[in-house]
Design a protein around this ligand. Structure first.
Ligand code: PEP
Ligand code: MN
Length: 344
């Protein structure tokens, strides 16, 4: 249920509606837009029925009460009345008219590799630094990431470059050390439906980058986001990273149609990962331009000083020496879609 307040509604009237919703056992999520305040009453079927029976239509300050039509409530664009969520990461804005360039290695391998990549992407105007310390690998025999040592190197890279850090959390038991370093917690494609993990990240309040599962529908992606939002964490960005189809000519199929469709369905920022979709460096440039042109709010891309020697995902990582040119071109495509590269 969604309670749309009148433009003239006072704070007291909003508070009174919130209190009534909570007394009926539902959660009240307030979103204050430029003109009106909207209160989402979120609960199970019974709580929804109790809220419906409150007669809030007649409450002072209430304009109208409307059902939220989608199964994802807090993620739906209906709840913000079409306003887009803008997430602020240490002064860098993601969403709205801002385009985020998130770049860095697949995995943290060494101090030199991490620092060099961080400096290169910072100098080229990157918004955030990515890098995995805990890596979800298909083979249990493959390199699994440097773990806590990787986190320390990311902290050092932030210290030196000032770039906020995006890094993946795979296991709830690593939440504390990850929270010490991550400005944005990445949830990998394979964990998109790890509901206890999503709930904990929601409770942590830390901004989250939620990657679409390999075979997840957009509805499933939005329901996964709802697990984080429901805990009171509004800072969720969604990431299209390629889905599995019958096509075998490339690693995954980058579903760029997801970008405009998600924009209709949700107010959350949409990031595109061309690296993991393509699996090949030569495709990363064109896919990034297309993603920017189709209205993505940002790109997350893998970059390495020497991809031929990378421990993982070497064939898809951009050469650090090519990054400045790449970033410049993507920024031009983003500008065509009305977005400017977000930096401080
Ligand atoms: C990654 O970004 O490092 C990664 C492993 O991506 P995904 O979860 O999309 O495969
Ligand atoms: Mn990778």
């Amino acid at each position: 249920m969604m309670i749309v307040m009148k433009e003239t509604a006072t704070d007291e009237e909003v508070e009174a509606v919130v209190a009534k919703i909570e007394r009926a056992g539902a959660r009240a999520h307030r979103s204050t837009g430029a003109r009106v305040t909207v209160i989402g009453a979120i609960g199970d079927v019974e709580q929804d029925a109790s809220v419906a029976s409150l007669g809030l239509e007649a409450h002072p300050g209430v304009d109208r009460v409307v059902p939220i039509l989608k199964p994802f409530k807090l993620a739906s664009s209906q709840i913000t009345h079409g306003e887009r969520t803008v997430i602020d990461i240490e002064g860098r804005k993601i969403g709205g008219d801002n385009f985020a360039m998130i770049a860095g290695p697949c995995t943290v391998e060494s101090r030199e590799q991490t620092m060099e990549t961080a400096r290169v992407v910072r100098d080229a105007g990157a918004t955030l630094l990515r890098g995995g310390a805990y890596k979800p690998r298909t083979s249990p025999y493959a390199f699994q990431g440097l773990g806590q040592e990787g986190l320390r190197l990311l902290a050092e890279a932030k210290e030196e470059t000032g770039l906020p850090i995006v890094t993946e959390l795979m296991d709830i038991s690593d939440l504390e050390p990850v929270l010490e370093v991550a400005d944005v917690i990445q949830i990998g494609a394979r964990n998109m439906q790890n509901y206890p993990l999503l709930t904990e990240i929601g409770r942590s309040g830390r901004p989250a980058l939620l990657k679409r599962g390999l075979s997840a529908t957009l509805d499933e992606l939005l329901m996964a986001a709802e697990y984080i939002l429901k805990e009171g964490n509004p800072n969720v960005m969604l990431c299209e990273r390629g889905i599995r189809t019958f096509e075998t000519a490339y690693r995954f199929t980058l579903d760029l149609m997801a970008v405009p469709v998600l924009k209709q369905l949700t107010h959350l920022p949409i990031i595109v990962d061309p690296s993991h979709a393509a699996g090949r460096r030569d495709l990363v440039g064109p896919l990034s331009l297309a993603a920017a042109a189709v209205g993505a709010d940002g790109i997350i891309v893998e970059v390495h000083p020497n991809p031929d020697e990378a421990i993982c995902d070497g064939p898809q990582q951009l050469r650090a020496s090519d990054f400045a040119d790449y970033s410049h071109q993507v920024a031009q495509a983003a500008a065509l879609a009305g977005k400017a590269l977000s930096a401080v």
